[in-house]
Design a binder for this molecule. Structure first.
Ligand code: URA
Length: 189
């Protein structure tokens, strides 16, 4: 199994898909490399591409508020990554072939982190990691066990910015997440 240092040096040189040609920065991930809880978004937007860190734009500020509400902190007790590590042009959805090219990096990160819980932020992450038919509006907040992880999908913070009426539902998902953490994690709180 690879270690963090070789994983990072290989990944930062990646050109496996065309998004590598247009990136300013590759957005590897942020957080505690031994976190019990991992969050996975879709892919970098403009700010993330410029700063090299996931969820640092408007949707990131909202995510940080939700994290803070249940005593989670991107620098302390969670790890945050994305399905693709380079920004798709004009923030379009990452293409299936871009996702497939990138996901081995995320899998390698997950093997090193060994989280107990994986939270998918939005449809792209949830359909890729939980199941192709996952419907966020119907299945958000429900935990399933898959590949040795407790997995849950919730609303993408950008969707909540577009549709604030869904924020209370999203908040309930975070409350359910806190309960799950208390149940299955011993180093997060
Ligand atoms: N949206 C995402 O899905 N990921 C980011 O890192 C930023 C915005």
């Amino acid at each position: 199994m690879t270690d963090w240092q070789s994983l990072k040096s290989e990944c930062f040189a990646c050109n496996k898909c065309p998004l590598g040609q247009t990136r300013t920065n590759l957005v590897f991930g942020v957080g505690n490399e031994s976190a019990e809880v991992m969050f996975i978004g879709e892919g970098p937007g403009e700010q993330e591409d410029l700063q090299g860190e996931p969820f640092v734009g408007r949707s990131g500020q909202l995510l940080d508020k939700f994290l803070d509400a249940i005593d989670l902190d991107r620098r302390k007790n969670v790890y945050i990554g994305n399905i693709v590590k380079c920004r798709p042009p004009k923030n379009r959805d990452p293409l299936p072939e871009e996702q497939d090219a990138c996901i081995p990096w995320l899998k390698a990160q997950t093997r090193l982190i060994r989280p107990k819980i994986i939270v998918c932020l939005g449809r792209v992450a949830a359909t890729k990691l939980i199941g192709p038919d996952f419907k966020v509006t119907r299945q958000h907040g429900q935990f399933i066990e898959k590949n040795g992880f407790y997995m849950m999908g919730t609303f993408h913070p950008s969707a909540l910015l577009r549709n604030p009426a869904q924020k209370p539902d999203a908040f309930e998902d975070f409350i359910a997440l806190r309960e799950k953490i208390i149940e299955v994690c011993d180093r997060t709180y």
